[in-house]
Structure formats: C-alpha cells, structure tokens
Design a protein around this ligand. Structure first.
Ligand code: DX5
Ligand code: ZN
Length: 214
C-alpha cells in the first residue's frame, strides 16, 4: 500500500492545527527538523512537535536534518514522534548505530535517510535494524525544489536490498513529489511518498492526496 506523508514545512504555521485537519486523508504527517548546520536552513523543533502531537493522532514521521542525531533522538521520541528518521551522513557509524538503538529502546520506529550523493551501498551495515529507508530526491534543506529523477536507480537498488533482506522495511522518497513524479517513484519501488508544496498548494488537498496514492 502506498502511504502519503504531507510535509508541514509547507503549511501555514500560524494555523497549524487547521492545516493538519486538511491533510487527514493522508496516512502520515512528515515533520522536518533542520539545524542550520547539517543543512543550510533552520525550521522547527521539539516544542512545535509537542504541539503537533496534541493536535493529531496521525503517525508522526520525524525527519531530522541535524548533526549528531544520537544526542537528540530520545527527546524527539518523548515529544511525540512515532518514527524518527535521521541522516546516515550526520554522524560516525558508531553514533548512527547508537541512535538507532536509542529510538528502538524508546519503542518507536526508526529510519535512515540518504542525501542524493550517498550511495545505496552505504546502508548495508544498518539495513537489518531499520523500519524505513528515506531516499532524498532533492538536496535536503528546502521545500519546493525539483524532483531528481536521477535518484531512481538508487531507489530501485534500495528496494532490491530490502526485498533481498526479506524484512518489512518501508522505502520513502522526499523532495519534489507531485502527481507525475509520484508515479515514477512508485514504479521504482517507493511505498511512502513525502509531499510538501504540491499538497499544500492544491485547491483540494484531500483529492490531491488520493491522486498521489495512484
Ligand atoms: C526538504 C524536506 C522535505 C520538504 C519537501 O529538505 O526534507 O520534506 O518539505 O518539500 P517539497 O515536497 O515541496 O519538495
Ligand atoms: Zn523531509
């Protein structure tokens, strides 16, 4: 089943509660945390996540674009994340393993994200511990960028790695997803689609989410 994760980075923050209601058709809510170091932008963090948690029962997919995720993952779990996803490039392998273990100890789902230049092969040592892999289809940091179709061989390669492992593991794409690019991503093996600007710009968000699912 294809799951849709609207990214509230593109929502109207002054009306976030109402904005969340307009995307209830979706399975997840995607929450983008940026620290101004790992990516050249700053978004929002723990106090806003706590508020979002109070406002919705949806599955909260928290995407950390921060350095040293091992220092913060437990606090994001406590603030209401259902799944915490951080970047493979954001710390040394031993700290990435520690962050994965910390999320699992909190009883939450865990995922690893790959920037466009990071090859699928670098996932190998982590894959058996993951609930989700996130392949970025833009350089992380900003909403509203163009989908990188040249990431599709990587999406396909990750799908093959997951299938070979025989484990249940989702494959999410994030960046530039709209009705056209969603089809391409799904064809290559993605089953969770993040979409920010395309959903929040749509006149009928509910219908747009249904169309994204294909
Ligand atoms: C980008 C974020 C995305 C962003 C996607 O760094 O990780 O989740 O909100 O926005 P769109 O769908 O507009 O590309
Ligand atoms: Zn994201």
């Amino acid at each position: 089943m294809i799951k849709i994760a609207p990214s509230i980075l593109s929502a109207d923050f002054l009306r976030l509660g109402e904005e969340l209601k307009t995307v209830e058709e979706a399975e997840y809510v995607h929450f983008d945390v940026m620290d101004g170091v790992f990516v050249p932008n700053i978004s929002f963090g723990l106090p806003i996540l706590e508020q979002v948690r109070k406002a919705t029962d949806k599955f909260l997919d928290v995407h950390l674009m921060i350095t040293q995720p091992q220092k913060y993952v437990e606090r994001f779990c406590a603030a209401g994340a259902d799944m915490v996803v951080f970047h493979l490039e954001a710390a040394e392998p031993e700290d990435i393993h520690a962050a994965i273990d910390a999320v699992k100890t909190c009883g939450k789902k865990v995922g690893l994200a790959l920037k466009p230049k990071t090859p699928a092969g670098s996932l190998a040592e982590y894959l058996n511990d993951l609930d989700m892999v996130l392949v970025m289809t833009v350089e992380p940091g900003f909403g509203g960028q163009r989908f990188m179709a040249d990431m599709m061989p990587k999406v396909k390669a990750v799908r093959e790695m997951i299938d070979r492992s025989g484990r249940e593991c989702d494959l999410e794409v994030d960046g530039g997803v709209n009705i056209e690019t969603a089809k391409t991503a799904v064809l290559n093996g993605a089953n969770v689609l993040v979409a920010g600007s395309s959903i929040f710009k749509a006149a009928d968000r509910k219908n747009y989410i249904t169309c994204l699912r294909g």
